[in-house]
Write a protein that binds this ligand. Sequence first.
Ligand code: WAQ
Ligand code: MG
Length: 266
Amino acid sequence: MAKINNYSVRMRASKQGIHISGAEGIYDTNSVAKVIQSYTQRALKHEKGRADEINIISEELKEKPRKVSSLPLCTLNTRNPDYVKKTVLKILTSIGITERAVEEAFKSLNMGIIMRGAMLMDIEGVRLEPDLLRGVRVTRMGITKTASAVLSKKLGRLSLNNDTVKEALILASKAHKHKMILGEICISDDPNYTTGYIATRKYGYIRLPRIKKRGIPYGGRTFFITGGEVKDLIRYLQKTPVLINQIKPCKGIISINELFERKSHR
Ligand code: WAQ
Ligand code: MG
């Protein structure tokens, strides 16, 4: 019998040179063909138009994926970009990121530059990624079939069971397992997707409605990092395979006070 191994399968699709869709996961040998087919379908039926170029890579993993749990998820009752910023400042400064760094991150995220990857910022707001235009891509992450079904069910109760939320949660859950990562801010580059998130190990994945105004065609990601070798962190984010195999609670809409109270009672 053939040995069952893990593959990283990654898709990116474009139309007239403009990126329209991407997806990735970690799958066993037996699922690779099926996954390639479903990624192809996704690229051909994308709401931004049918892709005219579809790149799919499937690559056997030489390392066994690290199994980790997802971050817990909740949504804050934020109503406009100014209130989001105030809220983000409160939460991120409470875990040791400076106000200056948070201001710097918002400034960079609002400059209108589209990066493929994420910025790495130290807690004083200094950018540390070697390629300032491209940023750092987090890749080689996935979710087991069982955990994916559990996550779909939990998100379904909140009417949030879609690829955007699932994939962002998987990415953040991989990133925040590394001890050098303290926090993250993410704003979608989709002009119609106005919910962003921040993540920290302590508070989990916090969704932030109206982080930007509808119609803004750029976004971005910033990781706040501390203490250690940046190149080791980059290697982890890009290369270490991580598989989500357990799902933490997914909660509905709460206020920032409820978020802080809940944690102080633990
Ligand atoms: N690694 C690092 N950075 C990335 C990656 C990646 N794999 N993919 C995207 N980025 C960066 C890049 O700068 C993009 O411009 C930015 O993040 C936003 O990417 O729960 O869809 O794919 O409802 O537009 C948030 C979901 C959705 C909130 C985020 O991001 C929710 C999203 P997008
Ligand atoms: Mg996206």
